[in-house]
Design a protein around this ligand. Structure first.
Ligand SMILES: [Zn+2]
Length: 309
């Protein structure tokens, strides 16, 4: 094939074409073809799972929730953009993974086989950090509307700091245990840990670290005890500030099956099992339009070209 390409080279190149030049062109073409083939194969064997990391949800139509009444936070996202984004995903029949599903079917070693009803569906995970009240007041109504509209239940992951449960005095109000129970009972919430008090786990003493991890799990499980017979609640953690290191790892394994970063990357699964305590998440902020998030969820052009889910 390479020889064919070189010999088909337009005539006007031929006069000055020394054997040496031909060799160079042949080499470059071979290199290019190998590179493209390698990329295509890599793309085909890669399973991409976009995990979106949201924080507070604000209603832009409510003056109380926008400056100057309420301070802007970098991680804020508007209800007005969140709803069309989620609507698009539900309409396209995405599989909204829970943390336990991601773990069992894609991360654990050995993995469980993916049930056939999920086989050909595109995958996504939607997460909300910090247990802000808006996951109850703004997010749940959206999920309820989508269920009424499409007849499908949408599961979202909420990573909660149980040390702040029910707080009304902070800049951003927090959910109560009852809010979490409501979200879980209606089947929308997958409740997971975000540490007890949102401490940077890499910067505290071992005693404090152990407390941040163990107490959050105890409190979240106590709150949801009767709803969670298999103790799935607080089996997974998202690190506050995305901060984790080897030292933290040693304590994590005592309490959690997997851990989530906040590193603006898509989770990519290839030959080897990934590090279950370094699961990548895409950071979301107000600069991302609903369309941009939909494009991020749907994957690369090559994935679409080969019809990969
Ligand atoms: Zn956080």
């Amino acid at each position: 094939m390479i020889n064919y390409l070189v010999n088909k080279w337009p005539e006007y190149f031929k006069p000055g074409m020394t054997p040496r030049k031909k060799r160079i062109i042949r080499f470059l073409l071979a290199f290019l073809l190998t590179f493209i083939t390698y990329q295509a194969i890599l793309e085909i064997i890669t399973v991409e799972i976009p995990i979106f990391g949201f924080h507070d949800i604000v209603d832009l139509r409510n003056p109380q929730e926008i400056p100057p009444q309420r301070r802007d936070f970098p991680g804020d996202y508007s209800q007005q953009n969140l709803e069309p984004f989620l609507d698009d995903l539900v309409r396209q029949n995405y599989w909204f993974l829970s943390t336990q599903e991601l773990y069992e079917y894609f991360i654990a070693n050995p993995k469980k086989p993916v049930p056939s009803e999920y086989g050909d569906r595109k995958k996504v995970m939607i997460t909300f950090d910090d247990g802000n009240k808006s996951i109850y007041t703004h997010l749940l109504p959206i999920l309820q509307r989508l269920e009424n509209k499409y007849g499908r239940k949408t599961k979202v992951v909420v990573f909660v700091n149980s040390g702040f449960l029910g707080r009304q005095d902070s800049l951003i109000k927090k959910v109560t245990c009852q809010d979490l129970r409501d979200g879980m009972q209606t089947g929308f919430y997958d409740i997971q840990s975000h540490g007890l008090n949102h401490e940077n786990l890499t910067k505290i003493s071992m005693t404090a670290l152990d407390r941040e991890l163990s107490q959050d799990q105890i409190i979240l499980r106590k709150c949801t005890k009767d709803l969670d017979p298999n103790q799935i609640v607080a089996s997974h953690i998202a690190y506050p500030f995305g901060a984790v290191n080897k030292q933290v790892d040693k304590y994590l394994v005592k309490y959690f099956s997997s851990g989530y970063l906040y590193d603006s990357l898509k989770l990519k699964l290839r030959f080897f099992p990934p590090n279950k305590y370094r699961i990548s998440r895409l950071t979301v902020n107000k600069k991302h339009s609903a369309e941009r998030l939909s494009r991020l969820a749907s994957g690369s052009w090559l994935h679409k070209l080969i019809g990969k889910k």
